[in-house]
Design a protein around this ligand. Structure first.
Ligand SMILES: NC(=O)c1ccc[n+]([C@@H]2O[C@H](COP(=O)([O-])OP(=O)(O)OC[C@H]3O[C@@H](n4cnc5c(N)ncnc54)[C@H](OP(=O)(O)O)[C@@H]3O)[C@@H](O)[C@H]2O)c1
Length: 181
């Protein structure tokens, strides 16, 4: 019998900032609350150095367009969107659904994937495609906004790896995600 080789799956990594009440942005997408104090070195540069591909939702992509510079220069960047035109931006590739995106990741040989954006993080978590979560919590309650986490079909067990107290009252925890089976 011929064995069909399955390509090794990428490792999905989340690196995200959140309010104490679990929001990644205000309802209008505003991030002022996250960036107004200086937490010092969050390890973002070191994290990015280990990433070969970014995956994000249209919401996060469109927010990045407002920064005045392209924050993912030189990085393979894939955007999930049912609405963006496939040739919207030469710096990204657009994928209509998770299946198409996973095909593109496999074709590109992606190994270490930064999974970003509220809905996309939830989609990847539900699909068992996140291996590592780095959550930096800002000392603030927003009351409303875009949530980091959402409903799950069943619990996802996390293994705590480390917690650091950063500057300005920010706290950063790293978890490994357990996968069923
Ligand atoms: N605090 C932080 O560290 C942090 C990090 C990243 C982002 N953010 C903020 O979060 C906000 C964006 O979050 P968001 O909740 O809008 O999530 P998002 O995941 O960035 O974008 C959501 C959009 O992505 C597309 N999408 C997501 N899942 C999909 C799927 N399975 N199949 C097809 N398309 C899919 C849809 O676009 P279509 O409607 O085009 O189909 C959806 O409306 C921005 O304000 C951003 O600045 C904060």
């Amino acid at each position: 019998m011929t064995e069909v080789a399955t390509p090794p799956r990428f490792s999905g990594k989340v690196f995200i900032g959140v309010s104490v009440d679990g929001f990644i942005a205000r309802p209008d997408g505003d991030l002022d609350w996250l960036i107004r104090a200086d937490p010092g070195d969050t390890g973002y540069e070191a994290f990015m150095a280990g990433i070969d591909t970014l995956v994000m939702g249209r919401g996060t992509y469109e927010k990045a367009l407002t920064f005045g510079y392209w924050p993912y220069e030189g990085r393979r960047t894939m955007v999930l969107s049912s609405r963006l035109s496939p040739d919207a931006d030469p710096r990204i590739t657009v994928h209509r659904d998770l299946e198409a995106l996973l095909r593109a990741l496999a074709e590109a040989g992606a190994r270490r994937v930064y999974v970003d954006g509220g809905k996309v993080v939830q989609t990847f978590l539900r699909a068992g495609l996140v291996d590592e979560l780095t959550v930096t919590t800002a000392p603030i309650l927003l009351g409303s906004g875009m949530p980091l986490f959402g409903p799950l079909e069943s619990d996802i067990e996390l293994t705590h790896r480390a917690t650091k107290v950063l500057g300005a009252g920010y706290v950063q925890s790293v978890y490994d995600v357990a996968h069923a089976g």
